[in-house]
Design a protein around this ligand. Structure first.
Ligand code: PMP
Length: 356
């Protein structure tokens, strides 16, 4: 039986997508083989790749002067590939620190660039627009719109003038409409809102291409990957195929405005329950509460552990918070149905009643 999976990633996939994968696993598209067993250069797979790109372009409204790249190495590879591809050695770059993942991005960028911290925060909020100290000579500004571990999310897109804005959207991509033209580059590991691990999405303004440092590996050179339509070498075909099905599923839901409304309703239900509870609390400032990763705690590690264990018995799984934060974390990505959140809220009330 399928249970409710609140994992932060790899994370829940839409049931309809998994059923389709199961149904066509042995004989994909009448080929007599699975999608994993055919050439990435064959007409059938090329069609999957093209449709994935065109569905993504439709969903996000990606302008024509942007390239869409399907890469490997996860978001962690992008921490290095962004500076390698977009800057000369020791170029000045601005990073906004909002927690765990933005700090990881900073640590990697320091190997390639002169990193300036444009703002930082204490992990319970995100820097306000007025706190951003941006250098107009920076090669780019990097930020993490949603901090998967800390559970904070920017309620705004930083205004960076003519300096390209780079966003690690690993845990928020496709969760709501965005104005892609505000960004120089967006990257995201697939394994939360897009599909299985192994695939990394990059959306980059064409004007930023062609400046990779000479030592950049070809498979990691955005320009080369764009020229080869992300088929420079063998891509993770199965992950790409599943992501293509997820994109069709999102279109079927009515596009990202409808998806955003669903996500808002889920987050409101859970934060509403936290605000009403005398036992469960969140430390995150209201304006910075992540819609995707809801971090909360009872304040007592033993009670948290008891809750996580009891919830798992009820089919509410993977609620343990990241070891860096402790407590609980409920990830509410696109494929988590509202019923899952309602079941969690109901169970929290029952647990609290029993504790009282
Ligand atoms: N950035 C963010 C915001 C993430 O949530 C994660 C993964 N949890 C990463 C980067 C690292 O991604 P990957 O494991 O794909 O390298």
């Amino acid at each position: 039986m399928r249970e409710f999976n609140f994992s932060a990633g790899p994370a829940v996939l839409p049931l309809e997508v998994l059923e389709q994968v199961r149904d066509e696993l042995l004989d994909w598209d009448g080929s007599g083989a699975s999608v994993m067993e055919v050439s990435h250069r064959g007409a059938e797979f090329m069609r999957v790749a093209e449709e994935a790109e065109s569905d993504l372009r439709t969903l996000l409204g990606i302008p024509a002067d942007y390239e869409v790249l399907f890469m490997q190495g996860g978001a962690s590879a992008q921490f290095a590939l962004v500076p390698m591809n977009l800057t000369a050695a020791q170029a000045p770059v601005d990073y906004i620190d909002s927690g765990y993942w933005s700090k990881k991005a900073v640590a990697e960028a320091r190997r390639y660039c002169r990193v300036r911290m444009a703002a930082s925060s204490d992990g319970t909020r995100v820097p306000a627009p007025s706190e951003l100290d941006l250098d107009p000579r920076a090669s780019y500004v990097h930020y993490t719109p949603n901090e998967t571990i800390g559970g904070v999310e920017f309620p705004y897109v930083p205004a960076t003038g003519s300096v390209p804005l780079i966003a690690d959207m690993s845990s928020s991509i496709l969760s709501q409409p965005i104005d892609v033209s505000r960004f120089g580059l967006i990257y995201a590991g697939a394994q939360k809102n897009l599909g299985p691990a192994g695939l990394t999405l990059v959306i980059v303004r064409k004007a930023l291409l062609g400046r990779a440092r000479p030592e950049t590996p070809s498979v990691f050179d955005y320009q080369r990957v764009a020229e080869e339509k992300s088929l420079l070498n063998t891509p993770p075909t199965f992950a790409w195929y599943v992501a293509a099905l997820v994109l069709k599923w999102l279109k079927g839901l009515g596009g990202l405005a409808a998806v955003a409304a669903r996500n808002r309703a889920k987050a409101d239900a859970l934060y509403g329950a936290l605000d009403a509870s005398a036992l469960f609390k969140t430390r995150i400032a209201p304006e910075a509460r992540s819609r995707m990763n809801v971090v909360f705690s009872t304040g007592t590690p033993e009670t948290d552990s008891a809750f996580i264990e009891a919830a798992a018995h009820e089919g509410l799984n993977h609620l343990k918070g990241h070891r860096a934060v402790g407590g609980m974390r409920a990830s509410l990505y696109n494929a988590m149905p509202l019923e899952g959140v309602q079941a969690l809220v109901e169970f929290m009330r029952e647990f609290e009643r029993k504790c009282a």
